[in-house]
Write a protein that binds this ligand. Structure first.
Ligand SMILES: Nc1nc2c(ncn2[C@@H]2O[C@H](COP(=O)(O)OP(=O)(O)O)[C@@H](O)[C@H]2O)c(=O)[nH]1
Ligand SMILES: [Mg+2]
Length: 414
């Protein structure tokens, strides 16, 4: 099945093709959906992400609806900037996360309201594919046993089958017209549709690992297939396994299996992302009222279990999702506000300015940019300027991770 088969896959897609396959919506407000079987800790993880990555009041977040929330992206560089400038206001970067109801075997055929839940997955830009590795006889499992690789395979298969259905419908339509089917304005070759349908139904190799040409990849991305969405695998481990992995016990076997298995799976940087955590421990931390109490619990865990380097997995989870959907941020800073502005990787200066205000794109004059590392190393903006490292850049400059930017904006003469 899917996961085991992936172990055999050694094919590496070019970055260009990977990028074309993953180019989805043009928005900066991209969403990661938590997907998996029922009763494996999805909603618990959603609650953990919306509360514990948001320590103290200066991390703004908002629950958009009960199953959708903006999660602050923790960033030590932000903390440094805030400490450096002591601004009145601080705004972190964010990632939108959705809690999606559990899928069961047969979901693509409508089992367990599968169709409605699969439609929710179609609406997100990337998938946190969660599997349960913790054993707890009080928490039933729909398959009656805890087997994270089997669960991953069931979910993979349902996503593929749903895509296959969509393709079958498109093929039928295009055959009735005996021309290429036009989708979102661009024609998609019928043979390509058939080829993809065939792959989805007869092979378990991830679609992202097939040797696509750039043209094919561009056409495929228009289909918005579920099985082409960027995936971060998350493993809800037992407390013991999580603590032991931090304490020199090595990587839990399930994580190793998912990593090598998903090694060629689609993610923005082409590397499989697998993050393990303990829902029980993170839940405990998330329940604390404030940072002080949280630190107390962390100290307690370090002492009681002898895990001196204990850390929460939440920042790794949020960052993995943020990277998977291709987001990054730059900073603006001043006495009034230190702020991280979320944008897509690879954005140029005018698009980066548009994140602040849509008018800024057309009225863009220049971007004054310094690197966070330079500010930190040299200690002040004056020192960065004196070192010639505060540079003025034009409309073709790429703006992204770790840039501190001041935009020059002005009304252009008509
Ligand atoms: N023992 C244990 N129970 C957990 C863990 N994570 C979640 N649960 C419990 O498992 C049950 C199902 O969790 P929930 O988050 O609602 O699962 P979902 O159906 O996937 O959304 C709840 O009773 C949770 O308290 C964990 O890490 N360890
Ligand atoms: Mg749930």
């Amino acid at each position: 099945m899917a996961v085991h088969r992936r172990l055999l896959s050694t094919f590496r897609q070019s970055d260009e093709v990977l990028q074309a396959l993953s180019s989805g919506r043009s928005s900066n407000n991209l969403k990661m959906g938590i997907v998996g079987m029922p009763n494996i800790g999805k909603s618990s993880l959603f609650n953990i992400l919306t509360s514990s990555s948001v320590p103290a009041a200066n991390y703004p977040f908002c629950t958009i609806d009960p199953s959708e929330s903006r999660v602050a992206v923790p960033d030590e560089r932000m903390d440094w900037l805030v400490n450096h400038v002591q601004p009145d206001n601080t705004v972190h970067a964010h990632l939108t996360v959705m809690d999606i109801a559990g899928l069961v075997r047969g979901a693509a055929k409508g089992e367990g309201l599968g169709n409605a839940f699969l439609a929710n997955i179609a609406a997100v830009d990337g998938i946190f594919h969660l599997v349960r590795a913790f054993k707890d006889t009080n928490i039933t499992h729909v398959e009656n046993s805890v087997d994270p690789l089997r669960d991953a395979e069931i979910i993979d298969l349902e996503l593929r089958l749903k895509d296959a259905d969509q393709l079958a419908a498109l093929i039928a339509k295009s055959e009735s017209k005996s021309t290429s089917r036009s989708l979102n304005g661009a024609a998609i070759d019928k043979d390509l549709l058939k080829h993809v349908h065939n792959l989805l139904t007869t092979s378990t190799n991830p679609l992202a690992c097939e040797p696509w040409t750039l043209e094919e990849a561009k056409a495929l991305s228009q289909l918005r297939l579920l099985s082409l969405k960027p995936v971060v695998h998350l493993v809800n481990l037992s407390e013991e396994d999580y603590l032991s992995s931090l304490n020199g016990g090595g990587e839990p076997a399930v994580i190793t299996a998912l990593k090598s298995g998903a090694g060629a799976n689609l993610s923005v940087d082409g590397n499989a992302q697998v993050v393990g955590y303990s829902g029980a421990i993170e839940g405990l931390l998330a329940d604390m009222e404030n940072d002080e109490e949280r630190l107390e619990v962390i100290e307690d865990i370090k002492k009681s279990y002898g895990v001196a380097n204990f850390k929460s997995a939440v920042p790794s989870i949020v960052w993995a999702g943020y990277h998977a959907v291709g987001l990054t941020h730059y900073f603006t800073y001043g006495k009034v506000e230190v702020r991280a502005w979320t944008l897509r990787k690879g954005s140029k200066a005018p698009q980066a300015a548009a994140v602040i205000h849509s008018d800024f794109e057309k009225n863009f004059i220049a971007a004054e940019v310094m690197r966070f590392e330079d500010l930190k190393e040299l200690g002040s903006e004056e020192a960065v300027r004196a070192a010639g490292k505060y540079v003025t850049r034009g409309k073709d400059a790429l703006i992204g991770d770790g840039d501190i930017v001041n935009f020059r904006i002005g009304k252009k003469k008509a």
